[in-house]
Design a binder for this molecule. Structure first.
Ligand code: ZN
Length: 342
């Protein structure tokens, strides 16, 4: 009997569960009329830029957009446009607005953008609709299909000079451990990050992803970089990791780009070890969400009772009706304002 229990526990641990991710980004407060109805998924990943101007009404529209997608869980991060979620950026924007227009009152600002904290509270209240706003850090999430998702999230992008949210001037520490999925607002340097002639991805993010080698890294930010690329990594991590040295281009494959649109924006093959599927899921182009969401199917390991006891739960089963969907670990409370503004 003891032997049977042990073998069954091992089988349970080895069991993998097919999980469908619908990936979107850069919806900028617009609607999904181009794409209705979207296919149902287990998890929606929204990689930031929920708004265009960070208006309260745009966040409300984004919550409606997310609610319209058939999926029990929607994971959401901020982008540079969503500065009302970044305390320092909020204060700078308000100061700037008052400098430009001295007649601009706190009441005017709060009417359009909400007080600092109001947008975060709105997103937190959307948890009852399966919408989970993620701070920067590692998140262990129990999914409704019985699998366990380990995901790293970060809204930070390199500064391009303007006053935006979640940006840094010189460097940012992307502390990515061994995870299934990396979800950032911006791309790593060299991968679907071309804005005109320039590449505007982040080299530190590239290094962190190269070392962690997640199976999936999704992002947006660079709208014209929409696409998918299956990257095979070289065996050795180079001394200064970069897309020239570390990607085995002979064994890598472009799944789709705006120049070469795929028939279906989806990937269902198993993602092999030493390979990462990169997806740029920016939907907005010319004022509409005309670029396609990505669908990625991935095997995740089954959730075990052991993991529940190790990780605990930030939101107890009895306290939150959605605890059957989400089992957040303590490490999910990542640092938020770690970037230095120079
Ligand atoms: Zn955007």
């Amino acid at each position: 009997m003891a032997l049977y229990t042990s073998a069954s526990a091992v089988n349970e641990r080895l069991k993998s569960i097919k999980t469908r991710f619908l990936i979107i980004s850069d919806t900028h407060g617009l609607d999904l009329s181009y794409h209705k109805p979207l296919v149902p998924a287990d998890v929606v990943l929204h990689c930031g830029d929920l708004t265009e101007h960070s208006k309260f009404s745009e966040i409300q529209a984004t919550i409606q957009l997310l609610r319209s997608i058939s999926a029990p869980l929607k994971l959401v991060i901020a982008g540079n446009h969503d500065w009302t979620l970044d305390k320092l950026a909020y204060e700078l924007k308000v100061a700037e607005a008052k400098k430009i227009d001295p007649t601009c009152s706190d009441h005017d600002i709060e009417k359009a953008f909400g007080k600092y904290g109001a947008v975060r509270r709105l997103l937190e209240a959307a948890r009852e609709h399966g919408i989970l706003f993620l701070e920067e850090g590692v998140h262990n999430i129990r999914l409704h299909n019985g699998s366990n998702l380990k995901l790293y999230a970060s809204p930070y992008t390199p500064s391009n000079g303007g006053e935006w949210g979640f940006q840094y001037n010189s460097s940012h520490d992307f502390d990515i451990p061994d995870v299934d999925v990396v979800m950032t607002h911006g791309p790593p340097l060299g991968i679907m990050d071309r804005s005109g002639r320039d590449r505007i991805g982040c080299s530190q993010l590239f290094t962190a992803v190269r070392k962690a080698q997640p199976r999936l890294h999704c992002f947006g930010h660079v709208h014209k970089g929409w696409g998918g690329k299956l990257v095979a990594w070289r065996k050795q991590v180079s001394e200064s990791p970069c897309h020239f040295n570390d990607i085995d281009n002979n064994n890598s494959e472009v799944i789709g780009s705006l120049l070469h649109p795929p028939e279906l924006a989806e990937f269902k093959d198993p993602i092999q070890p030493e390979t990462t599927l990169f997806v740029n899921a920016a939907l907005e182009a010319d004022g509409a969400l005309s670029q396609r969401p990505w669908l990625v199917e991935m095997d995740l390991s089954a959730h075990t009772e052991k993991e529940v006891s190790i990780q605990g739960s930030r939101y107890g089963r009895s306290a939150k009706p959605h605890a059957s969907v989400l089992e957040m670990s303590a490490e999910s409370i990542g640092p938020l304002h770690t970037a230095k503004r120079v």
